[in-house]
Design a protein around this ligand. Structure first.
Ligand code: FCB
Length: 438
C-alpha cells in the first residue's frame, strides 16, 4: 500500500496551467483558461499560460530542484484536458504518460507525489455544456478521476480532488475575474454544489483504484468585521458561512449552512455522496478578509474592505500569520472529532523578487513570511489541532491567473524569457528548516 512518509510532511505546490505550457502537445484539448486568457483585457499583462514555466518539458529539472530542497512531497495538478481532451470518453494515453513520467521521477527522487485532479482548468468542451453550472460535469469528473487513478493509483501517495472550490465559484462564476468569466453573483451556487458532488463521486472512484489517502484543498479566510457594529458583524458571519462553511460543513455530514445556499439543485442522496469519508483536510491559507455591512441595494450580504494595520505582499494581501492559527483552531472547534488530520496544502506570498548583480535572488520578506506562518502552525498544533504537513505555494515563480506573470510566488526565481531557474534565498532557508525538523 502506498504510504506518505512518516513524520511532518514538507512539500511544495504548483498547478498544471500555471507551469506546464505545451498546451497543444500530445493531444491536450483546450481548457477554459486557454479561452479566457486569449480574450482581450482579461489578464493584466495580456499573457496566457501557453508556455508558462515550460514544466511539461522541464519537469525533470523541477524534480531535481525539489530533491535539492529536501521536500518529502510535491503537490502538482493533473490537467483534465490532457486526459480527456473534450471532457468525456476514454483516456488520451499520451496525457497519462506525461504524469506517469512525473510520478516515477518523483518516486525515484524519494518525493511523494500528491496529485490534485482539478485546479480550475476545465476542458472547454464541458464549459460549452454549462461547466460546473451543469450537474453533468460532476459525473464527468468522477469518470475522469477513475481514469487517472486507474493508471496512477498505485503510485500517487495522496489525492486532492478539487482545489479551492470556493475561489473557483466566486472568481470564475460569481464575479468573473477568473475563467470562465461568468458574473452570476449568488446565482453561482450550483457551481458549489456540483463541485462538491463531483468531489464525492471522485472519492468513490479513487477508492476503487487506490488505497492512498484522499482529500480536497479548501481556501480558508477568517472574516474580520470592520467594526463591531451589528451590520458589520452580520456581514462577517455571512462571509464566514460562504467561504469557510459552505464547502466544508457538507463534507462532514452537516449539510449546507442555513440560509447560505439555494438548495434547489440539491437532489436526494447528494449530501450522502458529498459526505463520503475523507482521510485529511487540505487547508490553503493566505490572508483574513475584512468585511462590512453592504451598501443599500447591494445584491450581496456583505462588502469586502481592506484590512488596516497589516503589512501587505506585492499582491496587496495582508500578512497575518495569526489568521492561520485562528482558522485551524476554528476548524477544530467546529468539526471536533469529525475533523481528519490537516495538511496546509498552500501557503506563500508574492514579492517583486529580482536577480541581483551577483546573480543571486534575495527574498528576506518571503523568509519572514514562511517563518511566521510556521510559528502559527506550531501554535495551532499546541492548541490541539492535528496538522501533519506544510506545502509552500510555490516551488516556482509561475503564471498567476488574471495577474499573468506579474506576481512571483516562487522559492525559485524564473526568468520567463529564458526559463532560467534561480533558487532564491528562501529556498536555502527552507532547506535548512526542513533538515533541522526531519
Ligand atoms: C491560490 C491558488 C493558486 C495560486 C495561489 C496564489 O488561490 O490555488 O493556484 O493562484 O492562490
Amino acid at each position: 500500500m502506498p504510504e506518505l512518509p512518516g513524520g511532518f510532511l514538507w512539500g511544495v505546490s504548483t498547478s498544471a496551467y500555471q507551469i506546464e505550457g505545451a498546451v497543444t502537445e500530445d493531444g491536450r484539448g483546450p481548457s477554459v483558461w486557454d479561452t479566457f486568457s486569449a480574450a482581450p483585457g482579461r489578464i493584466v499583462d495580456g499573457t496566457t499560460g501557453a508556455v508558462a514555466t515550460d514544466s511539461y518539458h522541464r519537469y525533470a529539472d523541477d524534480v531535481a530542484l525539489m530533491r535539492d530542497l529536501g521536500v518529502g512531497a510535491y503537490r502538482f495538478s493533473v490537467a483534465w484536458p490532457r486526459i480527456q481532451p473534450d471532457g468525456t470518453g476514454p483516456a488520451n494515453a499520451a496525457g497519462l504518460d506525461h504524469y506517469e513520467r512525473l510520478v516515477d521521477a518523483l518516486l525515484d527522487a524519494g518525493i511523494a507525489p500528491v496529485a490534485t485532479l482539478f485546479h480550475w482548468d476545465l476542458p472547454q468542451a464541458l464549459q460549452d455544456r454549462g461547466g460546473w453550472l451543469s450537474r453533468e460535469t460532476a459525473h464527468r469528473f468522477g469518470e475522469y478521476a477513475a481514469l487517472v487513478a486507474g493508471r496512477l493509483g498505485d503510485r500517487v501517495r495522496m489525492w486532492i480532488t478539487l482545489n479551492e472550490p470556493f475561489v473557483h465559484m466566486s472568481l470564475g462564476y460569481a464575479l468573473g475575474t477568473h475563467a470562465p468569466g461568468e458574473q452570476l453573483l449568488f446565482d453561482a451556487f450550483p457551481v458549489a454544489h456540483h463541485q462538491l458532488l463531483g468531489h464525492g463521486l471522485a472519492v468513490a472512484a479513487l477508492r476503487d483504484h487506490s488505497s492512498s489517502p484522499v482529500t480536497l484543498a479548501n481556501n480558508y479566510s477568517p472574516a474580520r468585521p470592520a467594526t463591531d457594529d451589528p451590520a458589520d458583524l452580520a456581514a462577517a458571519a455571512a462571509y464566514d458561512a460562504l467561504q469557510n462553511r459552505v464547502f466544508t460543513d457538507p463534507l462532514f455530514g452537516l449539510g449546507y449552512p442555513e440560509g447560505a445556499a439555494d438548495l434547489s439543485v440539491v437532489r436526494e442522496g447528494d449530501l450522502d455522496v458529498i459526505a463520503a469519508p475523507i482521510d485529511a483536510l487540505g487547508v490553503n491559507y493566505y490572508n483574513p478578509t475584512g468585511v462590512r455591512g453592504p451598501a443599500d441595494g447591494s445584491p450581496l450580504p456583505f462588502e469586502m474592505v481592506p484590512l488596516e494595520g497589516y503589512p501587505t505582499t506585492a499582491f496587496g494581501w495582508p500578512v497575518a500569520p495569526d489568521g492561520l492559527r485562528e482558522m485551524l483552531v476554528a476548524l477544530h472547534a467546529r468539526y471536533g472529532a469529525a475533523l481528519p488530520p490537516v495538511y496546509i496544502t498552500e501557503s506563500g506570498c508574492a514579492y517583486d523578487d529580482v536577480i541581483g548583480p551577483d546573480g543571486s535572488c534575495d527574498d528576506p520578506q518571503r523568509i519572514a513570511y514562511l517563518d511566521a506562518h510556521l510559528d502559527a502552525l506550531a501554535a495551532a498544533q499546541a492548541d490541539g489541532v492535528d496538522v501533519r504537513g506544510y506545502f509552500v505555494w510555490s516551488l516556482l515563480d509561475n503564471w498567476e491567473w488574471a495577474e499573468g506573470f506579474t506576481k512571483r510566488f516562487g522559492l525559485v526565481h524564473v526568468d520567463f524569457d529564458t526559463q532560467a531557474r534561480t533558487p532564491k534565498s528562501s529556498f536555502a532557508w527552507l532547506r535548512e528548516r526542513i533538515r533541522d525538523h526531519r
